[in-house]
Design a protein around this ligand. Structure first.
Ligand code: ATP
Ligand code: MG
Ligand code: FE
Length: 338
């Protein structure tokens, strides 16, 4: 039956309905970005309060567009972590209470499993075994996926996440919050190859990432050339190329190491056009399949939570009666779906 999914881990209120037989029935998103822009970043307390304001109306709207009554739901999935504790608690309390009132199961979903499974919302979905590259605002991880729910961490970031590097670099170059997507847009108009930055940690073995040094290189280039024409776009281009290249090199290595033939890319940076194009091209040339969610399901959304919850419900994995969240939560501790 249909499962309602609720995402409130950070600054997006996402709600969706997914049915394992019928697919995605509806999804709605409310982004708090404009509110946080005045502060240059996410203010946790304001985020929680805004989720309180927006969540119930968004649930009603989603059910309306799915043409479903509340009592037709088979379960309620919500993001149980990782994320901001107050924001998570809003979604968890709402989901758990609704499930209790309707006498249906609640399913606590790991936010990064949601991102990782988002390509399953598309037609021609990937099937394990595969390697997943999760690149978002808070994470840069390479994961070996033996089965859905069975995750082994191959590589992680030692400092900034890929999305965080986009955001911080954008801020440094004077772009307004949230800078990541703006920097990417600017890079499209930049001249390739004018600024060449290093590909961090690619000169030694291993699958870990480090992006904070790249930020410093960009700062130096910006200080030296920032006032010359087109410098902003050209530097943005150089930065983006360095990130994309680095990610591609590590993905190749992870595929070689695991013997996997499929690569899944998800998380907000997965919306990046150059990343998508270069990975598809590499896959075609080198003989591996590449799967991305559509760009709107790369960033936070309720659809990925509804899907992950529906799969866990189908496998009989549901939550107890307590309202609990896990602001920090290791993806590797999840259990596999049978
Ligand atoms: P996490 O999932 O790790 O908890 P998050 O939920 O905040 O973090 P997402 O919503 O998955 O992260 O993604 C947001 C991030 O994606 C931001 O850092 C943003 O800059 C980045 N991002 C979004 N679009 C693009 C793009 N086109 N190019 C590069 N980065 C992008
Ligand atoms: Mg966000
Ligand atoms: Fe996210």
């Amino acid at each position: 039956g249909p499962v309602l999914g609720i995402e409130t881990s950070c600054d997006e209120t996402g709600v969706a309905v997914y049915d394992c037989q019928r697919g995605l029935l509806a999804h709605e998103l409310y982004s708090q970005i404009r509110m946080h822009a005045d502060y240059g970043g996410v203010v946790p307390e304001l985020a929680s309060r805004d989720h309180v304001r927006k969540l119930l109306p968004l649930i009603r709207q989603t059910l309306r567009s799915a043409n479903l009554r509340m009592d037709e739901l088979a379960g309620i999935a919500y993001t149980a972590g990782p994320g901001l504790v107050g924001a998570l608690l809003v979604g968890a309390a709402c989901a758990r209470s609704l499930a209790f009132a309707l006498d249906i199961p609640a399913i606590g979903v790991h936010h990064m499993e949601g991102h990782l499974l988002a390509p399953l919302l598309e037609s021609d979905p990937p099937a394990p075994p595969f390697v997943a590259l999760l690149v978002s605002g808070g994470h840069s991880m390479l994961i070996e996926v033996a089965a859905i729910g069975k995750y082994h961490l191959l590589g992680d970031t030692l400092d900034d996440a890929a999305g965080e590097a986009f955001d911080k670099t954008a801020k440094m170059m004077g772009l307004p919050y949230p800078g990541g997507p703006l920097l990417a847009k600017l890079a499209e108009h930049g001249q390739a190859g004018r600024f060449k930055f290093s590909r961090p940690m690619t000169d030694r073995p291993g699958l870990d990432f480090s992006f904070s040094g790249l930020k410093t290189q960009v700062l130096l280039a910006w200080q030296a050339h920032g006032s010359t024409p087109n410098a902003q776009a050209d530097i943005a281009r150089g930065f983006q190329e360095a990130v994309v290249d680095t990610l591609l090199i590590k993905c190749r290595r992870a595929l070689a190491q695991t013997g996997a033939k499929s690569l899944v890319i998800a998380g907000g940076v997965g919306a990046n056009r150059q990343l998508r194009e270069q990975l598809y091209a590499a896959g075609e040339k080198e003989g591996f399949r590449v799967y991305f969610p559509r760009p709107e399901f790369c960033t936070d959304n309720g659809a990925m939570i509804a899907l992950a919850g529906a799969l866990r419900l189908q496998a009989g994995q549901t939550q107890g009666p307590e309202i609990s969240v896990r602001p920090r939560w290791d993806l590797q501790t999840l259990s596999a779906l049978e």
